[in-house]
Write a protein that binds this ligand. Structure first.
Ligand code: DGT
Ligand code: CA
Ligand code: CA
Ligand code: ZN
Length: 588
């Protein structure tokens, strides 16, 4: 596990505090450096050990930043950051989580009202003290009041995209420990919930103590919360990780139990009881000849426990995929033999929503296409942002620029044809913006000429349900639109997004031949499980897209696939599992 993300966070904190203090320009330099450090392929702690010059090899990192990085890695703190904190003792991470409250606002509110925490901000908003501060008004105060509850809740759960890579590092560490037979994640993370409370890790071993020791002594652990004989809890990067160690013959039982969800388990246990079986985290036991089945956790004859399959098989059920264990009909479906044949990662044949450095992406068309070809994709769409509502700072392309880009895409096609290893259909499209009324920000002529059109909402995300649904219905009914991108526009833990009548929207999309996206960017996951299920039940076709802004982000596809699985999606429900001919028929 590298410390790049941790170091990046320190620099971002530094940037926020500088900005709150009224410093111009410099904060963005620090943010850019932080982003590059986070994505850098070498461990920052290794570069820091080599010295400042090695750290400065990273784009956007000059000597002022490299010296802070080395200082942080060596001492665990940055002197200048500590000084800023003393000068401005605010919980800036929590406060800036409130939508509409940036570092500048935090600085102004500290100056005027001494606000340092979310609770103090809430109190000031309730008491009407914010609207009296210079530069603030009644409307700003009301916004703060409305967004504060969301920010509070956002504190409690981590994004899957932050927790999963961490969980994978934990598993890799544990699997390297001699005493460990098997190690797996359980809990919400194994079900691929979009946010997670804590990471649950399960190990099969005959020696709990040795596993617990290796876990709590791991160098990545920033905090040890508890350490028992078979259980321990640590914290890494603010995320809690719970470990349980069980004997191998009960591993499947524990994996089933701790994967949850609780609703799924309660329902399953009732099925067991109806069959005179006792089911718990230790196994399934036949208690038909037992006087008091509650006398002990392990009573009667064990009939399952070593594997998860055995746990379901003991109830005459097939293994139910973790993603749909939510107690929403999956046990009935399993009993009736009607479980869906869920989409799999290998089913995806292409990506239909991606960006390049023509708009706000970080790589050229060639670099993105190479990465797609390397994945073995059959097709790939370049869909840079069009200018329009929600696009700031010249990020989006005008119609003329999109026409120019068409030529650039064509020349990449030519070189693709010269490469015998690449068999990739390259599509040129756009991600156009859906304005507040459902109109598009790109001209109809141009839209008609492009291979594919993704239309997404980027502005006016606070509309009420009916207005928002009307708006998106109008967009999906536009004859040139092929995919409705990130339908709600939510950003997990940051922005709530549109409240939609998904059944009505999906019916309109199905009628119009427009697909509805699962945006696989872990900051979005939009639509998500429950709504995906509504969408396919209403007849819509789904597109699983990464919205990649860099080659590495094509890997986000797995978040999209597992989100689709949470929505009971089969392969055939998903546009980009189809072959080129079927895809082209859909796009025409
Ligand atoms: P989270 O951590 O809030 O994202 O959600 P989970 O599902 O990971 O929940 P967690 O960590 O509290 O517990 C892990 C699993 O353990 C949970 O999914 C099901 C199981 N579990 C925990 N408490 C209970 C319980 O009281 N009854 C039953 N049947 N199962 C439980
Ligand atoms: Ca959990
Ligand atoms: Ca837990
Ligand atoms: Zn996009």
């Amino acid at each position: 596990m590298t410390r790049n993300a941790e170091v990046a966070r320190q620099l971002e904190l530094f940037a926020d505090l500088l900005e709150a203090d009224g410093v111009e320009y410099k904060p963005n330099v620090y943010r850019r450096a932080a982003e590059n450090i986070r994505e850098h392929h070498e461990p920052i702690e290794a570069l820091a050990a080599e010295g400042e010059a090695a750290v400065e090899e990273i784009d956007g990192v000059g000597d002022a930043i490299s010296s802070k990085v080395v200082e942080y890695v060596e001492t665990g703190e940055i002197g200048e950051l500590e000084a800023l904190r003393e000068n401005l003792p605010v919980d800036i991470e929590a406060l800036t989580r409130v939508e509409g409250v940036g570092p500048k606002t935090v600085g102004a509110l500290y100056e005027a009202l001494g606000i340092t925490t979310l609770d103090e901000l809430a109190a000031a908003a309730e008491e009407g003290r914010i609207q009296d501060v210079k530069g603030f008004g009644a409307k700003t105060e009301q916004n703060i009041r409305e967004n504060i509850e969301f920010a509070r809740r956002a504190r409690e759960r981590e994004r899957l995209g932050d927790a999963l890579p961490l969980a994978e590092d934990v598993l890799a560490h544990l699997r390297g420990v001699d005493a460990v037979d098997r190690a797996d994640v359980a809990g919400s993370i194994r079900r691929w919930r979009d946010t997670i409370g804590d990471v649950d890790v399960l190990v099969a071993s005959e020696s709990g103590e040795r596993v617990v020791d290796a876990f709590v002594e791991w160098s990545a652990a920033s905090d040890v919360i508890e350490a028992g004989e078979h259980k321990a809890g640590i914290r890494i990067d603010g995320i809690r990780i719970d470990l349980r160690v069980v004997v191998p013959e009960e591993f499947g039982a524990a994996l089933q139990y701790f994967t949850g969800s609780k609703d799924h388990n309660v329902e399953l246990r009732n099925v067991a009881i109806g069959r005179d079986l006792k089911m718990n985290e230790y196994g399934v036991f036949d208690v038909s000849g037992v006087d008091d089945p509650d006398a002990d956790q392990r009573v009667g004859e064990r009939i399952a426990g070593e594997t998860e399959e055995s746990m379901y098989a003991a109830l005459d059920l097939p293994l139910i995929p973790p993603e749909i264990r939510e107690g929403t009909g999956e046990i009935d479906a399993a009993r009736e033999g009607t479980l869906p044949d869920l989409l799999e990662e290998g089913d995806v044949r292409g990506d239909l929503h991606t960006h390049t450095d023509w708009s706000d992406g970080r790589a050229s068309i060639e670099e993105m296409v190479d990465a797609a070809a390397e994945r073995g994709y059959d097709y790939y769409a370049v869909t840079d942002h069009a200018s329009g509502p929600g696009m700031v700072g010249g990020v989006g392309l005008s119609d003329a620029e999109l026409r120019e880009q068409a030529d650039a895409v064509e020349s990449v096609r030519v070189s693709l044809r010269e490469n015998p290893d690449a068999d990739l259909k390259l599509l040129h499209g756009v991600e156009t913006n859906i304005d507040a009324e459902g109109g598009l920000s790109t001209g109809d002529d141009l839209l008609g000429d492009l291979d594919i059109v993704v239309a997404s909402p980027h502005a006016a995300l606070g509309q009420d349900r009916e207005t928002a649904t009307d708006r998106l219905v109008r967009a999906v009914e536009h004859p040139s639109v092929d995919v409705l991108g990130h339908p709600t526009g939510r950003l997990i833990n940051e922005r709530e997004g549109l409240d939609l009548d998904v059944a009505r929207l999906a019916e309109a999309a199905a009628d119009a031949g427009t697909a509805i996206e699962i945006n696989a960017d872990p900051a979005r996951l939009d639509l998500w499980g429950e709504l995906v299920r509504v969408a396919i039940e209403s007849g819509a076709t789904i597109a699983v897209d990464t919205d990649a802004h860099a080659p590495g982000a094509l890997d986000y596809v797995r978040y999209g696939v597992h989100t689709a699985r949470r929505g009971w999606c089969e392969g055939s429900d998903v546009l980009n599992t189809w072959d080129v001919a079927d895809l082209e028929a859909f796009l025409h």
